[in-house]
Structures are given as structure tokens and as C-alpha cells.
Design a protein around this ligand. Structure first.
Ligand SMILES: Cc1cc2nc3c(=O)[nH]c(=O)nc-3n(C[C@H](O)[C@H](O)[C@H](O)COP(=O)(O)OP(=O)(O)OC[C@H]3O[C@@H](n4cnc5c(N)ncnc54)[C@H](O)[C@@H]3O)c2cc1C
Length: 454
């Protein structure tokens, strides 16, 4: 058993070294609280981490960030990462291919928000006049703040209310909804969808930019974050699975790693919904939290990596496919991996019933149809994350907990807490940063506002 360094008198222990737990640890150490972070895996990063496949280093799933992810961008900056060097930033410029029909091409011109969106919709290629008018109607209503429903509805109902055409739904809204929320239109919460659209399209033009990491996900944030935390006097312990919490008289006392007890005055549970539920199971002080978390559903994400010869490339780092198995196609050239193409399929579907070999072959065949000049693949591998994200379904916000729990000294952080966002890196980091502010304020050195991102 490793030696644990706990700072007195206000020992903060964080369980979980995903992006939420690391974000909280960075912020707390920055404020002079040398936290102890316990992560069960042998590497940090949680659901956004590096994986090795034969001779290749990839991610457990292709991730995309957008310019509206301000909290992440500020945090990267805080720990000394040059954001311009680490992320390829591209204005929103999308080609949505079709195997059977016309592609859709959308390009945001260099105009201030939201004019860039309105002009992009007006000038989009592959839409007829009624598609464009229906898109404009939606964009204008979004701009006027008229779209947020008083009680949550599904994105499908919202699109119906806004009289969106079938073509627009199939070629634009459906892929966008899956990309943002990993939840199908019929189930997805309009409130959460509109929150992300408003952040991306209504403030600054750059918020709609697409950001592609130049490194694998481990190198982008988890590793520099761990280094920063240790440098600031905190401690990160990998391979340490917390097996139980100790709560007495409505107050957190500490955690167990098997038979070893680690005391804690402040304990931040920065684990996923399921892992959090397992740790709080049976705690009668947390009965309503258990009941809420038990109602979460989950969605898979499948990533297919195809290695082609290095000369193979896409004309944009990311393109879509409207009517195939593949949904989003990424060129990992910007990651230092020329010829490596990753394909993302969100949520459930017939692809989940195929073997990895069948699916890899099917996707390679679809790409051969789209790009007939491409040579054959040299290698392929498929990663299925069965519970990649919680389902951002209608009214899910009602079940999402706050950072503070009813047990004194016990806090929650993670993408699933009440942060307004779907299951995303930005949601996780927002939650961690906000929770750190609350803990810091509780142990008496600062006000919560001092942590807020602008
Ligand atoms: C395939 C895939 C694709 C995605 N694509 C995108 C995307 O394009 N853009 C985007 O923004 N988001 C995307 N996401 C979502 C994003 O990755 C998650 O929202 C985010 O990583 C969640 O971070 P978290 O810190 O809240 O939770 P987690 O990453 O789940 O972190 C929890 C950590 O707690 C640890 N843990 C659990 N139990 C214990 C225990 N008992 N003791 C100690 N440690 C424990 C776990 O090992 C884990 O490291 C994707 C997710 C997946 C899986």
C-alpha cells in the first residue's frame, strides 16, 4: 500500500482522475489545498484517455471540442498549456456526405455571431429554398431567445414545432444532435440541446469553431494536470480503487481502499454515475441521490480506427456522412498520425450487433464508396464504449445532482452533475471547477466566485 500524504487541517481527498476530478484538483491546489487524488485505473483521464493498439496510440474514443468550451480552454491555460499549439482550431466548415444523394456543405463566413450562422444556413449547398427558410426560421428564433421550452420536450418535438424540413432534419439536425448529446432526436432534451447551440452560435464567432487535439487525449490534459497537481504539493495515486465511504452522523469521515482507511474532512466523489452509485449504495443519508442516479440511462459510442497509407487524407479534419453507418469521419493527421482515419458512430443502432471485424469491414467499404481513389486499409480496430455517456434525455436535468450533497464534507463532480451541458468534457470540467470553488469557500479561504470562468 502506497503512503498517503494528507494535508492537515483541511484534508481534501478526490476520488476519480477523470477530467472532472483533475479539474477540481488543479483548482484546489492552485488555491493552496494540497489534495490527494485516488484513481482506480493505471492512468488518469477516465472516459477521455489514451489507449494503445498494437503499434498505435489512439484514444478510447475520438473526441471533438468546440470554441465554446471556455472552461477547458482556461484550465489548459492555467496549467501552462499553450492552447494554440495543442489544439487545431478551424471555423465551422462542414461537409455532410451522402452515399445515395447530394452532400450538404455548410461554411461559416467571417462575420460576427450570429450573422455567421444565418449566412451559413442561407448559403448552404445541398439545401433547397424551403430547407433554407426553415433553417433560418430556427436560427432567428434561437437568436431571439424564443426557443427554450417552459417544460422540457424532445429535440424531435422542438424541430417539429419549428417546422424543420425532413431534409434538414436528416442532413443537419440529427447528426448535430448525436454529435452534441449522443442521444437520438426522439429522446434528447431540447433544453440541453438549446443550451449548447446558444453557447456555440450566439456569443462570439469563435465559439462555433471546431477544436481538434494535436495530441492523444492523455497528453492533452490528464498528464500535464497530474504534473501540475504534484508540483503544487498535491498527490495523485493511480491504481487505487476506493472500495467504500465512511459516513457518520451525517458527516464524511473518509474512505477505504480495501482494509486501509484514509481520513478526509472533505471528500469529492468525481466518478461516473454508476461508480458513484455503487459507492453511496446503502447510505441512508443519501437515499434521494441514490434514487435519482438509479434513473440515469446510458449511451454507447463506437470508434473505428482505420490505418491507410500516409498519403490518404480528408479535405477537412472532420466530415459527416448522412445515410451510412459511419456518422463522423476524422483525419488524425493533425494528431501526428497521417493516414489514420477515425470514424465515430453515436448511440445505439444495428452497428452494436455486428462483430468488430464485420463493423470495421463495413466502414472501410463505406469509405471506399465515398473516396474510391483511397487504397486499402493496412490495419483496423474498433473500440466500443458501452456506457460512454449518460443519456441526455428529456427532463434529465431534474435528476442531475448539485455538487454539494446532504452529507457534510461530501461533494460530487462529473459530467452528470447539474452543469447545464450534456455528457461532455466541458460539462465535466465545469463541474470540477465549480465544485472546487465551493470546497474552497467551505474551508474558508476564498469566495466561490473567484473560481468562475468568464
Ligand atoms: C467514446 C467517447 C467519446 C466521447 N466523445 C466526446 C466528445 O467528442 N466531446 C466531448 O466533449 N465529450 C465526449 N465524450 C464524453 C467525455 O469523455 C466525458 O463526458 C468525460 O470524460 C467525463 O469525465 P468525468 O470526469 O465526469 O468522468 P470519468 O471520465 O468517468 O472519470 C471518473 C474516474 O473515476 C475513476 N473511478 C471510478 N470508480 C473509482 C473508484 N472506486 N476509486 C477510484 N477511482 C474511481 C474512473 O476510473 C475514472 O477515471 C465522449 C466519451 C466517450 C467514452
Amino acid at each position: 500500500m502506497a503512503e498517503f500524504h494528507l494535508a492537515e487541517p483541511h484534508s481534501v481527498v478526490i476520488i476519480g482522475g477523470g477530467w472532472a476530478g483533475l479539474a477540481a484538483a488543479v483548482k484546489l491546489t492552485q488555491k493552496g489545498h494540497p489534495v490527494t487524488l485516488l484513481e482506480s485505473a493505471r492512468q488518469a483521464g477516465g472516459r477521455a484517455r489514451r489507449v494503445a493498439f498494437a503499434n498505435y496510440t489512439v484514444d478510447n474514443g475520438q473526441h471533438l471540442l468546440i470554441g465554446a468550451y471556455h472552461t477547458i480552454l482556461e484550465l489548459l491555460n492555467d496549467i501552462g498549456i499553450d492552447v494554440q499549439q495543442s489544439l487545431l482550431r478551424q471555423p465551422l466548415n462542414l461537409t455532410m456526405h451522402s452515399l445515395h444523394g447530394k452532400p450538404l456543405r455548410l461554411k461559416t463566413p467571417p462575420l460576427p455571431a450570429p450573422l455567421h450562422l444565418l449566412f451559413a444556413l442561407l448559403s448552404a449547398r445541398g439545401l433547397n429554398i424551403s430547407d433554407r427558410l426553415s433553417a433560418l426560421r430556427f436560427g432567428y428564433a434561437l437568436f431571439r431567445g424564443k426557443l427554450f421550452p417552459t417544460t422540457d420536450i424532445s429535440v424531435a418535438e422542438l424541430l417539429q414545432q419549428q417546422k424543420q424540413t425532413d431534409r434538414l432534419i436528416q442532413a443537419f439536425w440529427q447528426p448535430l444532435c448525436l454529435a452534441i448529446m449522443n442521444t437520438p432526436l426522439q429522446e434528447a432534451s431540447a433544453t440541453i440541446f438549446l443550451q449548447v447551440l446558444s453557447d456555440a452560435f450566439l456569443r462570439q464567432r469563435r465559439d462555433a469553431d471546431l477544436l481538434f487535439p494535436h495530441h492523444d487525449l492523455g497528453a492533452l490534459f490528464p498528464e500535464p494536470a497530474m504534473h501540475y497537481i504534484e508540483q503544487q504539493g498535491g498527490h495523485v495515486h493511480l491504481g487505487m480503487r476506493v472500495s467504500a465511504l465512511k459516513i457518520e452522523n451525517g458527516k464524511i469521515c473518509g474512505v477505504y481502499i480495501d482494509n486501509t482507511f484514509i481520513p478526509a474532512q472533505q471528500l469529492l466523489l468525481a466518478t461516473s454515475v454508476r461508480a458513484s452509485l455503487a459507492l453511496i449504495q446503502g447510505q441512508k443519508d443519501l437515499a434521494s441521490l441514490q434514487a435519482n442516479l438509479a434513473q440515469f440511462h446510458f449511451q454507447p459510442v463506437t470508434t473505428i480506427y482505420l490505418q491507410y497509407p500516409p498519403e490518404v487524407q480528408l479535405s477537412q479534419p472532420m466530415q459527416g456522412l448522412i445515410d451510412g453507418y459511419a456518422e463522423w469521419i476524422f483525419d488524425r493527421r493533425h494528431c501526428g498520425q497521417p493516414g489514420m482515419i477515425s470514424v465515430v458512430i453515436s448511440s445505439h443502432g444495428p452497428h452494436m450487433d455486428e462483430s468488430k471485424e464485420q463493423l470495421g469491414a463495413r466502414i472501410a467499404a463505406e469509405l471506399a464508396q465515398l473516396f474510391p481513389h483511397w487504397p486499402a486499409t493496412r490495419a483496423q480496430f474498433v473500440i466500443r464504449e458501452k456506457r460512454a455517456t449518460f443519456s441526455s434525455r428529456v427532463n434529465i436535468n431534474r435528476l442531475r445532482p448539485e455538487n454539494r450533497t446532504s452529507v457534510k464534507g461530501l461533494w460530487l463532480a462529473g459530467d452528470y452533475t447539474n452543469n447545464g451541458y450534456p455528457a461532455t468534457l466541458e460539462g465535466a470540467v465545469r463541474s470540477g471547477v465549480q465544485c472546487a470553488a465551493l470546497i474552497n469557500s467551505e474551508i474558508g479561504q476564498d469566495t466561490p466566485d473567484s473560481f468562475h470562468s468568464s
